[in-house]
Write a protein that binds this ligand. Structure first.
Ligand SMILES: [Zn+2]
Length: 65
């Protein structure tokens, strides 16, 4: 019998690759959101920082406020 890779196996591998992005508190998938914050700098005026933060139901209100 020839060895075949079923669709289910492929799907399982794809899912495994994305695992690890769930909030331990609410179990919702975490979304990477780009947040830009400004920081006052005496010499150069304002400096902008871009960072990705993981957002779920636990902190979305704080992030989008
Ligand atoms: Zn959460």
């Amino acid at each position: 019998m020839a060895k075949t890779t079923s669709f289910a196996e492929k799907a399982a591998k794809a899912m495994a690759g994305k695992k690890g992005s769930e909030c331990p508190k609410c179990g919702e998938p975490l979304q990477n959101v780009l947040v830009i914050t400004s920081e006052k700098n005496d010499k150069h005026g304002y400096k902008y920082n871009e960072r990705f933060i993981k957002v779920c139901k636990c902190n979305e209100k704080e992030v989008y406020a």
